[in-house]
Design a protein around this ligand. Structure first.
Ligand code: NAG
Ligand code: NAG
Ligand code: NAG
Ligand code: NAG
Length: 390
């Protein structure tokens, strides 16, 4: 029985309903019949996948959320012009050989409101590695005051960033575009003003350059802060089952940096329909890249971020480390972690622990960490030579 037939039949049954006076007594029976019909319709939808666009809207609506996992894919719908353009551009971009650089560098891209409190620490980290890195700073609120000459003159044109809005993604894209101008940049790391390095430059350089995988955090959170932020306006290109979540701080290959700049289709959907404080508290920078890569190149990303952050306190903001918190033991603990942790935002609070697998072997997950208060600088500097020698 086809979906439409089920609905027709249900309509027929409705018109044959007895007069209202008698309905009261029979209501429980009618509820059971209606429930049965809904079940039949859902089974029908499963056996005979919806072919039309309108059906696809209906079945993705939140009414059907509990059943979404068993609903079939709507792969047979006709693709839009933009989707065809996007799919050929992305396919070839993912397959084509990339220019090989004789002098590969990592681009350190700082996304900050103003001054960077840990410039001295980064300077220690970068010392002796000239020509193997480049620095870019997007300062969205005020001109940074520098404490290290390595950072002087590295600001790019910047715009205001509003938390959770697409302007955050725009700032990331601005950093990527500037860093891509240098063909020697092969890996692109997004860092904040409260980020610090956890290892020596060589360790981090080899970790990143030794793989073709981008370190983008990505997981399926069925809860209100995950799939709950999806909106049906993202259809037909983005289905709820493809919607993902992940921390903003990425480290990506040149190919994936280009892919982000090449994407218009999915970006537009997030620009238009992923806004905080409009019913759904959708945070563009937590969902755009995880969803994009989950759809276009799921095997090309690690699914965890190489920047550590401690959410274990279960608050709205992650734990921030003060000077007294910065001890050898803390750094040892963070650098020893070799499984990444995700927790869903629904009532189940389901935890998944996944080994951090790098080129086939389990390795420590984290190269950087946040968030540190500026007052932690001196302790970090004292510890740095110690913790980066191992
Ligand atoms: C990755 O693993 C393969 C197979 O074990 C090895 O031959 C290769 O050298 C490794 N790559 C790096 C960068 O370590
Ligand atoms: C990355 O991919 C390129 C091209 O596919 C290949 O030549 C290179 O060996 C790969 N590098 C690693 C570390 O797997
Ligand atoms: C990341 O997750 C996706 C989808 O869950 C999976 O297909 C992919 O293999 C994962 N990546 C790695 C490197 O395990
Ligand atoms: C380090 O890890 C151990 C073992 O999990 C824990 O008992 C200790 O409190 C941790 N120390 C810090 C400073 O996080």
């Amino acid at each position: 029985m086809k979906v439409s037939q089920v609905w027709q039949q249900s309509n027929k049954d409705m018109t044959a309903m007895p007069p209202p006076r008698r309905a009261a007594a029979k209501r429980p029976m009618w509820i059971i019949v209606l429930l049965l019909l809904v079940c039949v319709a859902l089974i029908g939808a499963y056996v005979y996948p919806p072919r039309r666009y309108s059906a696809c809207y209906f079945f993705a609506s939140s009414v059907c959320t509990p059943f979404k996992d068993w609903l079939p894919s709507v792969a047979r719908r006709e693709r839009t012009d933009e989707e065809i353009v996007s799919s050929v551009v992305m396919r070839d971009l993912l397959a084509m050989p990339m220019a090989v650089s004789k002098n590969p560098k990592i681009a350190l891209m700082f996304l900050t409101p103003g001054s960077l409190p840990f410039e001295k620490l980064w300077e220690n980290f970068l010392q002796g590695h000239e020509g193997r890195y480049s620095i870019y700073i997007h300062a969205s609120r005020e001109r940074p005051v520098h404490s290290s000459s390595l950072f002087v003159g590295r600001e790019i044109h910047s715009e205001k960033v509003v938390w959770g809005r697409i302007s955050m993604v725009d700032a990331e894209k601005r950093l990527l575009a500037n860093a891509l101008e240098d063909v020697d940049n092969q890996f692109f790391v997004l860092l904040s003003d409260s980020c610090v390095p956890l290892h020596t430059f060589d360790y981090i350089y080899n970790y990143l350059m030794g793989t073709n995988v981008s370190f983008i955090d990505c997981f399926l959170d069925p809860g209100p802060h995950g799939s709950g932020r999806y909106s049906v306006e993202m259809l037909p290109e983005i289905e709820q089952r493809h919607f993902r979540k992940g921390a903003q701080w990425f480290a990506i290959t040149r190919r994936h940096a280009l892919l982000i700049l090449a994407d218009k289709l999915y970006y537009n959907k997030f620009e238009l329909y992923c806004k905080p404080a409009e019913g759904r508290n959708c945070i563009a920078d937590e969902h755009y890249l995880p969803t994009l890569f989950n759809m276009l190149d799921p095997g090309g990303i690690s699914n965890w971020s190489v920047t550590h952050v401690d959410w274990s306190e279960g608050k709205w903001h992650p734990r921030s480390y003060r000077a007294v918190d910065v001890t050898n033991e803390l750094i040892k603990n963070i650098t020893a972690v070799n499984e990444n942790f995700h927790i869903t935002s629904d009532d189940k609070k389901a935890v998944t622990m996944t080994p951090c697998v790098w080129n086939g072997t389990k390795r420590p997950c984290y190269l950087f960490a946040r968030k540190f208060y500026p007052e932690a600088l001196n302790n970090l500097l004292k510890l740095f030579s110690g913790y980066t020698s191992t």
